[in-house]
Design a protein around this ligand. Structure first.
Ligand code: ADP
Ligand code: MG
Length: 349
């Protein structure tokens, strides 16, 4: 598939390591005032004055976290930045810089890495983060991408996982389950394509969910919105593994329980229709699907009026005393314990 898109193939050996780094990073120019020195010295230099700094990192491994037969490299580059920016946002902080390290086998031509870096550059522009460094090395097999993101926030703005109160409301941004179902569609089409390469998939009915999988966005707008509304979340986390597992993280860290209401979970119509098509329960998809990169947070009851009716935010439940445990209240009004089951749960159904 790489060859189809990029008929030109320049081998990495032709450039050498320094030529490659120079080639891949030459079009990045810093925009953040806190970036003092970006790529090109032994280390980058930043000046955050009186703000606190948050740092986060994610490692993506070919065959484990992504499959290049349907994830285009440009999208992969974009997504590798998004997952880190999302973690910075989940601290209620503003992302400012990233580093990108890659290990790459010589089966990849230069043109493939150019595509990867196009996606990284696009994300840097979109989120206004500077590429300030990284490392480049060879691998025996496959591609590894490690991205580290830095961000800043005033000390009092930073939100942790352990400060939810037992009467707080539980709120989520956007809608859930799309990324997981997008992957199901892509995997099905890949299987069809392997049987008959002339069979071009029509993904039109799945545009939203496929985009949620291939080109997720970090909710960089939510910390800004919350600040405008005058709401400081008491705790916050981003949804990378699925709603139930993230709720349980907040509960465990904050020593509280939770009631989550099934009928409140925000679902896109495409998530509902595609769940039916795949004979999956859309609530299970939202609970266990993951990779939506929405933000999940708790707020004090008295802040409810400030977020009420906001199209980006949905109240999906409330926290309780720890001894009450964490439960899903179903549409039929039965109470079932929340479990962090992840994707395996979905496969069995
Ligand atoms: P060193 O030998 O000191 O590790 P390198 O030659 O690896 O230095 O890197 C030179 C410069 O290029 C450094 O600023 C480094 O952060 C940056 N750099 C190296 N690889 C990458 C990459 N894949 N993406 C972005 N910057 C990189
Ligand atoms: Mg190095």
């Amino acid at each position: 598939m790489l060859e189809d898109k990029n008929p030109q193939r320049t081998s990495l050996e032709q450039l050498g390591e320094f030529g490659l780094i120079e080639h891949l990073t030459k079009n990045f120019s810093p925009v953040q005032p806190s970036t003092v020195k970006a790529v090109g010295d032994d280390a980058a230099v930043m000046d955050y004055t009186d703000q606190q700094t948050v740092v986060t990192t994610d490692l993506l491994v070919e065959g484990v976290h992504f499959d290049l037969s349907y994830a285009p490299l440009k999208h992969l580059g974009y997504k590798s930045v998004v997952v880190n920016v999302s973690d910075v946002c989940a601290m209620n902080a503003t992302p400012t810089q990233i580093t990108v390290s890659i290990a790459v086998s010589n089966r990849f031509p230069l043109e493939a890495l150019e595509e990867l870096y196009e996606g990284i550059a696009l994300a840097c522009r979109h989120y206004k983060v500077d590429l300030v460094g990284g490392d480049t090395t060879s691998s025996n097999k496959g591609l590894l991408i490690a991205v580290t993101a830095l961000g800043v926030a005033p000390k009092e703005a930073i939100t942790y996982r352990n400060e939810a109160g037992s009467n707080d409301l539980l709120v989520v941004s956007g809608d859930l389950g799309g990324a997981y179902l997008g992957l199901q569609v892509l995997e099905r089409e890949k299987a069809v394509f392997q049987v008959n390469p002339n069979n071009q998939p029509d993904l039109t009915p799945y545009t939203y969910i496929v985009e949620r999988q291939l080109k997720p966005e970090a909710r960089i707008d939510i910390p800004v919105l919350l600040k405008e509304l005058g709401v400081k979340p008491t705790s916050m986390i981003d949804i990378s593994d699925g709603l139930s597992s993230e709720i349980l993280h907040l509960c465990k860290n904050s020593k509280v329980g939770c009631n989550l209401y099934e009928d409140k979970i925000p679902l896109d119509p495409q998530v509902i229709s595609t769940s039916e098509e795949f004979e999956l329960n859309s609530t299970t998809v939202a609970l266990s699907g993951g990779e939506d990169y929405e933000l999940l947070f708790t707020i004090a009851q008295e802040d409810y009026d400030k977020i009420k009716g906001n199209p980006h935010l949905t109240v999906i439940g409330h926290m309780t005393e720890e001894r009450e445990g964490a439960h899903l209240i179903t549409r039929a009004n039965t109470k079932i314990p929340l479990e962090a089951r992840g994707w395996n749960a979905l496969k069995k159904e």
